[in-house]
Design a protein. Sequence first.
Lengths: 343, 240
Amino acid sequence: MTAAPKHAPKMAELSLADRLGPWMPVLLVPALVLLGALAIPETSSWLTLTVSGLAMGMMIFIMASGLTLVFGLMDVINFGHGAFVSIGAFVGVTVLLLLGQMTGAPSLGLNLVALMLAVIGAMAATGLVGWAFEKVIVMPVYGHHLKQILVTMGGLIVVEQLIIVLWGPEEIYIARPESLKGAITFAGAALEKYRLVAVVVGLVVFVAMRFVLRRTKVGLIVRAGVQNGEMVQALGYRLRRVFVGVFIAGSALAGLGGVMWGLYQEVITAHMGNDAMILIFIVVIIGGLGSVEGCFIGALLVGLLQNYVAYLEPKAALISNIALMVAILMWRPMGMIPVVKAK
Amino acid sequence: MSDPILRLEGVYTNIAQYHILQGVDLEVPRGQVTMLLGRNGVGKTTTLRTVIGHWRARQGRILFDGEDITALPTPAIARSGVGFVPEDMGIFSDLTVEENMVLAAASGPIDSARLEWIFTAFPPLKTFWKSEAGNLSGGQKQMLSIARAMVEERKLYLIDEPTKGLAPAIVSTMARALKELKAQGASILLVEQNFAVARALGDTANVMDDGRVIWSGAMAELSGDAGLQERLMGLSLEAH
């Protein structure tokens, strides 16, 4: 009998196509921006639309990031996620209305303090509601997708009605803080200050999420839990606690997104979260369920495309995001950055 | 004889409407490799998954190191000193080899001497340390799966078919690593279909059939009696 061959693994050099493969979705964003530049001849209009699209994308990302993690980690389809967007908006706007003197003062410092307090209030409230929502509504239906859809949708309706009871059925108009009104001019384009702030906040949230997910043990547990929760538990980690933490964080982020979305539109309604869910689901699906990076890229694509198409062909704007979803899913049926799940 | 590290007393486990375990009685002596043998579908994997808490025992008791762990959640069982290597390896494909190992070291940073020992047993893990685990070959994934259990000292290792579907060269590597683990005094409950590996590693053996243990004894006794093997498992050493 001959001896078994020595096991000697070799590292093969990846081809250019293989190396570019994982980056293809990332390249879609600059490609879309470039396409926009070609389709929109006036540079100033293109620049304004691009900033607007990026701002919109960042806000959608903030609202959607928690949902994608919750789905990835515990296989929970939370149709009630929009409730946190609405609650965040109402609590945040209420704080801003109470701090009217600070938001109306022509002082950047005072305006930012008021905004920070509104954000803290909104995130604390939605985090708390998220904790209760998970315990009362989501926990009893783990592992049952149909029940999850029905129960979380019911939760969304209840929350919407509670908002109407507490704040009334009317739309509430909200003016942005004084320093965030108006626009700055750059290369002949008028860039709204608030949209620039939204881009910065979105980037900060994305970088912070990536840092936590990639550089900390908690992030490692979450990423592993998305793939194989059973094995994470067999390594000694209480995944249930991690999940509750992620649910609360995701709800709080939706609350932040709600405040930003409300100030972006300058009007809030009880069903604004429900309305936003269509865009949120699109970015979660095209990004790849459970993928924060995919969600980020998907949100930017949705924001940019909607703004470009609304400018070029307003009637087509309504279907542009659905068309984008169809195209992405035909290219990558599991989403742009699919998460490998153990079954 | 000292107390066994693990004892199952009349354990019954159902999966949905199927009654898989039907009164398993089993002991794993300390510092020994206990083989769990038997044909496919007799309940070997279910026994391991019931011990780690993935499936709940409907009846009976599971005592680990003298403590009743029957109703404990999986993380608590793992933290009490049980390492688990599942049949499907349970690798986190999107994580690097390094991240898989860091995650497995639940109580703190990886001990460097222990890591060197693991690299000696499984050299490819050092080569592919920064690579995504999903890109590893089947054999390398199995090495990672076992290395993950070995990264911290455990009181008991539950290992489910570590050589399943592997090339002979990798099987030898696995067997060598498990022998080293055994030499360090580890207690191992090992499910294995490869009888040659079972014979080389096992101190004691338990043969299962129809959801219960039908024979327990020394591995040497089982491996030395072709008739017994034929009767218990429908195989003979000539087949290996």
